[in-house]
Ligand binder design. Structure first.
Ligand code: 0X9
Ligand code: ZN
Length: 301
């Protein structure tokens, strides 16, 4: 049964995404953004309330065990479609939305069937399986925080875009890149709002100060709902050096002006195994933050 009181399986999420097209005819289009090693389609939706809007991309589930990510992304998608709150409605209708709850379907399925703590994709490499899908993108690939060891949880793949999930999704993102003003990626856990870039060295986005300012506004708004504390900063400053991430590729190559990564709840008490009764509160506070981010983005142009 579809709800946000429990974590939903890959099939449940894909069935729900598919159902939206006929429920919101003319507004929601189901998209196949890429393919996985085990030949699954990577499904998403485009939500468009009116013609001519520029777009925002929401990415979830690149790391399999971070279940709160797809749950939050589907929560946000549902609110964008159904909320009657005037602020949410006005932000929702100010943008086209490309929303992909699960970038790594093989890994997500594996966490339900075999190993709750699986992180990577599932393609065999020598003695081990999978690459870290957030280390495989072709922007400063393998420049810190990645491993050459196929058995490591941060294995970057044999080369940039060696993994079909990253390769095919990157082609889709390139095809819509001229529409994109924002790319927001959802991970867990640690309660951080991350700003590019993750590789070694000192590269910062050209609008770094603006991204910090908007980030602080967003986490202040997030705090207002339940008192959840977030820290904002460039990746190496608040978490660790990590190269080859999707957000960095979008920001660095396509120069999308707003790029953030949320590390959602919690701070480690439950970690990746966040109790399902925290899905709705996490969704609400994260939506609060997202709405002010897009209001700030809309005020920029
Ligand atoms: O290590 C990661 O990929 C992320 N942390 S997690 O615990 N969810 O695995 C941090 C991502 C940093 N983002 C980029 N390098 N773009
Ligand atoms: Zn992650």
């Amino acid at each position: 049964e579809w709800n946000w009181n429990s974590y939903q399986t890959l099939d449940q999420i894909n069935t729900w995404l598919n159902s939206l097209e006929s429920k919101y005819v003319g507004t929601v289009t189901r998209i196949i953004g890429g393919q996985s090693y085990e030949k699954r389609n990577i499904y998403g939706v485009r939500v468009s309330f009116k013609p001519g809007n520029r777009a925002v991309f929401l990415e979830g589930g690149i790391h399999a065990r971070e279940w709160i990510s797809p749950a939050t992304v589907t929560y946000i998608l549902n609110e964008l479609l159904t909320s009657t709150n005037p602020k949410i409605r006005s932000v929702a209708e100010s943008r086209d939305w490309y929303i992909f709850p699960i970038f790594n379907p093989d890994g997500y399925e594996y966490t339900f069937k075999k190993d709750r703590m699986w992180r990577k994709t599932r393609k065999p490499n020598l003695a081990c399986f999978g690459a870290d899908l957030n280390r495989n993108w072709n922007y400063h690939w393998m420049e810190g925080g990645s491993s050459y060891n196929p058995c490591s949880d941060t294995f970057a793949g044999r080369s940039a875009f060696s993994e079909i999930e990253a390769k095919s999704l990157s082609q889709f993102i390139t095809s819509i890149s001229s529409q994109l003003d924002a790319y927001i990626s959802f991970h867990s856990y640690s309660q951080l709002l991350l700003i590019p870039f993750g590789h070694q060295g000192l590269e910062k986005p050209p609008n770094n100060d603006e991204l910090h300012r908007i980030g602080r506004v967003a986490v202040a708004k997030l705090f207002e709902r339940y008192g959840t504390n977030y820290t904002v900063g460039n990746i190496p400053d608040v978490i660790y050096v990590a190269s080859g991430g999707s957000m960095d590729w979008v920001a660095g190559l396509h120069k999308v002006k707003m790029a953030y990564t949320f590390e959602l709840r919690d701070e480690g008490r439950y970690g990746f195994v966040l109790p399902p009764d925290q899905i709705v509160p996490t969704g609400q506070e994260t939506l609060d933050a997202l709405i002010v981010m897009i209001e700030e983005l809309n005020a920029l142009q």
